[in-house]
Design a protein around this ligand. Structure first.
Ligand code: ADP
Length: 504
């Protein structure tokens, strides 16, 4: 009876995370609507940011490019040789950003440090290039007069909120992730970096400001098999976001802002749009909303914001599960983690949860645990029980405990995958991609992030939901190809620098 009580309590909680076929379809309709709204005006729920990148690569691109990535704890510098056959070689270095520079008094302190790292990288990995440039400068040979073959074009991945005005122009809206340098706000971060690069006399031009989602799309489009180009790049990692190829004339807000938008290249009739879909449905018209979702949001630093992300991405899924488990632990009628069943007849097998278990602490359960337990195929869920014991202060959990945990974790993971399918389906449908490609043509989607990479069957759950959307169906689902796109901030940023060069 006690194991039956536990099982039925777990089933009840798991059922709260069911996200039905009808839910998926209502979600898709709302997603398409909110995408349209974002294309038409500033300040919509989904930002739909124009990126000024007007073409995706097809794998034949060639050349040597640089990329840098400032996104959090590290600064990454790389050079990328594109071989023109969908392959590339990449050389990179990485340094931790000194804490004091994150909160420096002036932008100069941070950006001169970044330029210095670029100089070091060139000296170590591209000495010829560096030397010849120095000689040319010394003898005043026409550097900077015309476009110089010796100058590296660089893609700058800058993962903070920016207002973008051109392919290599964008002003910082606010710092996040522990950075706080007052005089950078409102400044063009590309210009700040270029100024310090020029001060060192380096042969480097900041050619493109890159969002990591757009980098993912570009990297996938270069490396994916076939020449049709990728439609969508999507990240399911710490956060979630997507960038896709949109028709230029559908981005109506660009015309309205033409004066501040600067030059727009309309030769392809397309532009990549950064959806910022993490904020889909912030006003909660269709998103599922269990008491666990509500508690997570209430106790978060940004209640009411990033509501889609809070149900989909790695930063949050562990916390949703933790809240569900603690509810059961605290419910006197449900014996989760309190098995003192005398039939086990063994003192040592009494289950207890330590008072200082991280399960009692906000953010105390990592999303990787969802992958561990959802994929636990060992008999008696041995891996789940061991992990609960070793990492989460639950000593001697029973097989019934582990089964309850697995059931709820799997429901949360599956809901996240089905919500991810809502975003993918909306982009495929609103761009008419299944109609405009050949009847048996492929619609390519590049994905990145630990969740989609490591959560068991994440893609299969996405596909199941895609088949349930009538505009896609089993026929359409077969034509959607989903592939991992690694290294958006390296090769993806290089490709954006390349596209930017072509427009000069
Ligand atoms: P980022 O998005 O920051 O570039 P990742 O794609 O690695 O980096 O995502 C990190 C997030 O993925 C974290 O929230 C972490 O909890 C989660 N995560 C890490 N490993 C796994 C895993 N095996 N399964 C599911 N989620 C994971």
């Amino acid at each position: 009876p006690r194991s039956m009580a536990l099982a039925s309590a777990a089933e009840r909680v798991a059922a709260e995370f069911e996200y039905s076929k009808e839910d998926v379809n209502r979600g898709v309709q709302a997603f398409i609507q909110q995408m349209d709204e974002g294309l038409g005006k500033k300040g919509a729920t989904m930002s739909q940011i124009p990126t000024y990148v007007t073409a995706v690569p097809n794998g034949t691109e060639k050349g040597l490019y640089m990329a840098v990535d400032l996104g959090g704890t590290n600064f990454r510098v790389c050079s990328i040789q594109l071989h023109g056959n969908s392959t590339f070689s990449l050389t990179q270095s990485k340094v931790a950003i000194p804490k004091e520079l994150m909160v420096a008094k002036t932008s100069h302190e941070l950006f001169s440090f970044l330029a210095k790292q670029i100089e070091l990288f060139l000296k170590v990995h591209h000495e010829d290039h560096y030397q010849s440039h120095a000689e040319r400068r010394a003898s005043y040979i026409g550097f900077g007069a015309a476009r110089d073959e010796q100058v590296f074009s660089l893609g700058f991945t800058f993962s903070f909120p920016v207002q973008q005005y051109g392919i290599n122009k964008g002003t910082l809206i606010r710092w996040t992730k522990g950075f706080d340098i007052g005089d950078t706000i409102g400044k063009d971060v590309c210009a700040l970096l270029q100024k310090e690069i020029d001060a060192l006399g380096l042969p480097v031009r900041v050619a493109a400001l890159v969002n990591d989602t757009v980098g993912t799309l570009m990297a996938r489009s270069y490396t994916s098999p076939g020449k049709e180009g990728t439609l969508l790049g999507a990240i399911f990692g710490t956060g979630t976001n997507g960038a896709y190829v949109e028709k230029l004339d559908k981005i109506t807000k660009l015309k309205a802002q033409a004066s501040e938008a600067g030059d727009i290249d309309d030769s392809t009739g397309q532009m990549i749009v950064n959806t910022e879909w993490g904020s889909f449905d912030n006003h909660m018209s269709v998103l599922p909303d269990t008491s666990y979702d509500q508690g997570l949001d209430r106790d978060s630093v940004n209640p009411g914001i990033q509501m889609f992300e809070k149900r989909v991405s790695g930063m949050f899924l562990g916390e949703i599960l933790r809240r569900a488990l603690i509810d059961l632990v605290n419910d006197p009628t449900v014996p989760l983690f309190s098995d003192d069943d005398s039939s086990r007849n063994d003192i040592a097998s009494t289950t207890t949860i330590a008072p200082d278990s991280s399960l009692y602490k906000q953010w105390g359960l990592d999303t990787s645990f969802l992958s561990i337990t959802s994929g636990d195929t060992a008999s008696g869920l041995k891996t789940t029980r061991q992990t609960l014991d070793h990492d989460y202060g639950v000593s001697a959990p029973s097989a019934e405990d582990a089964e309850a945990v697995r059931l709820i974790a799997a429901a949360i993971g599956k809901r996240a995958a089905r919500l991810s399918a809502v975003a993918i389906a909306a982009v495929v449908i609103t761009t008419n991609s299944l109609e405009t490609s050949a009847p048996d043509g492929i619609v390519d989607v590049g994905v990145d992030g630990s969740l989609v990479e490591f959560y068991p069957n994440f893609e299969e759950y996405i596909r199941e939901a895609l088949r349930e959307v009538p505009q896609i169906g089993p026929q359409g689902e077969k034509r959607i190809r989903i592939g991992i796109a690694k290294d958006g901030s390296g090769v993806g940023a290089a490709l954006i620098a390349l596209v930017a060069d072509r427009k000069m």
